[in-house]
Design a protein. Structure first.
Ligand SMILES: Cc1cc2nc3c(=O)[nH]c(=O)nc-3n(C[C@H](O)[C@H](O)[C@H](O)COP(=O)(O)OP(=O)(O)OC[C@H]3O[C@@H](n4cnc5c(N)ncnc54)[C@H](O)[C@@H]3O)c2cc1C
Length: 400
């Protein structure tokens, strides 16, 4: 048997695909098993903030992201009536960040995989461990044996269940309407460049940013709801109901809603942090490990940080070291992602509040900017490398 570790990743979403690329880049052998028979993604935008952009840059993806994305050139905040909220976004890190279309980004990540690495039509049903190996069973009848498995299979993760964990969703009382509209149809979008625009009002917010090299404008509108909406990228929303939510708001908001042909709605559910992610040779990453409400735009970025952390820890590792290294990974990532889960929750509340007192809002804004700056400034690879160098670290970790 060769000494090169064999890694199986369950789930070919943004988290699974980037983890695979990070692991390949460090010489590991990776197979990705994705339940879908073909890779498709819904039409929605996603922001790749500095902490993720930095890592993707290191594996040489920046040029391809540049081709599909729009460089982020700041955020313009407005009240629902359109008055500017003045704030400074802090110092630039020197790493270019991008807004991308999810489908284009996922395709880019899939196309960058070595040939034969991505196995479509493989839905995991069982995972078990014996004799220092993991056995995976898929609903198509296939079975695979591997040295370790990473569950990157999203919020309804099967591997999470196989590890003995369960998350309990609780509604945030919010849902997100999403939509895409050709930018050229929007009079207000002519001079926007790569700027993101966000309007904040009572119980609601409205965010727009360009994707697909500027051709499309992505819209995400967070509104209160007592409906039981699915967590689904494809559940259709009602354009009239969306318009009613924003009656009387700033003109660009109304123009954007009028211009939409269709909208989709995603129920926003929150989940508490999991107590642990790894057992033996099985671990989790991305939404399977730390599902979070989307108000910070950090869900995918944290999945990307997870994958790069694993790659640093597993590079050159021996088979017998895997359970210990997965505990190192868990310890490194669980604390940070739990804090970000909390912060994402608080950010949602902040965005939805209507501040009669502008000074109170501005004070909160300063704190929010400082906190997001800390999230964006993190270097997951550097942190993982430093953790490997800590003497005596392993003993403590083994008792977790
Ligand atoms: C409205 C909204 C806006 C957002 N905006 C941002 C943003 O701007 N920036 C950001 O960083 N994040 C954002 N997020 C969060 C981000 O979308 C998620 O955190 C990210 O997609 C998680 O990636 P993942 O790979 O962990 O999971 P997923 O993308 O859910 O991928 C999981 C994959 O696993 C597959 N799978 C599931 N079960 C199995 C199985 N049993 N066997 C095999 N395969 C399986 C699925 O088919 C899927 O392909 C947003 C989320 C929402 C809802």
């Amino acid at each position: 048997m060769s000494e090169q570790l064999q890694v199986a990743i369950v789930g070919g979403g943004i988290g699974g695909l980037t983890a695979a690329l990070a692991l390949w880049a460090r010489g590991l052998k990776v197979a990705i098993f994705e339940q879908a028979v073909e890779l498709s993604e819904i039409g929605a935008g996603i922001s790749i903030h500095t902490n993720a952009a930095l890592l993707l840059q290191r594996i040489g993806l920046t040029d391809s992201i540049k081709k599909i994305g729009v460089p982020i050139a700041g955020l313009l905040l407005r009240t629902s009536a359109g008055e500017a909220i003045d704030f400074s976004a802090g110092a630039s890190s020197g790493v270019q960040t991008y807004n991308v279309h999810r489908a284009e980004f996922r395709k880019l990540l899939a196309d960058a995989q070595p040939e034969g690495a991505l196995h479509l039509g493989h839905r995991l049903s069982r995972a078990s461990q014996t004799d220092g190996r993991v056995q995976l069973t898929f609903t198509n009848g296939a079975t695979v044996e591997t040295d370790l498995v990473i569950g990157a299979d999203g919020i309804h993760s099967t591997l999470q269940r196989e590890i003995g964990l369960k998350t309990h969703p609780s509604s945030e009382g919010i849902m997100a309407y999403r939509g895409l509209i050709p930018s050229r149809q929007l009079s207000w979008a002519k001079d926007i460049g790569g700027k993101m625009r966000m309007w904040l009002g009572r119980g609601r917010s409205f965010l727009c940013y360009p994707v697909s090299s500027g051709r499309l404008m992505n819209m995400v509108a967070f509104v209160p709801t007592n409906l039981k909406s699915e967590e689904s990228w494809t559940a259709p929303g009602d354009l009239n109901m969306l318009a009613a939510e924003y009656a009387g708001w700033d003109d660009p908001v109304l123009e954007t809603i009028r211009g939409l042909d269709e909208t989709f709605r995603w129920g926003i559910y929150d989940r508490a942090a999991l107590p642990y992610w790894s057992t033996g040779r099985m671990t989790l990453l991305g939404d399977a490990a730390h599902p979070m409400v989307p108000h910070l735009g950090q869900g995918a970025a944290q999945a990307i940080e997870d994958g790069f952390t694993l790659a640093v820890l597993l590079e050159g590792a021996k088979r017998q070291d895997v359970p210990r290294l997965l505990k190192v990974y868990e310890r490194l990532r669980l604390e940070r992602t739990s804090q970000i889960q909390i912060m994402a929750r608080e950010t949602g509340r902040f965005f939805r509040s209507e501040y009669q007192d502008g000074a109170e809002r501005d004070q909160l804004m300063v704190r929010w900017i400082a906190a997001t700056g800390r999230i964006h400034g993190h270097d997951a690879e550097k942190t993982a490398k430093e953790a490997l160098l800590l003497p005596g670290n392993d003993e403590a970790i083994l008792t977790v």
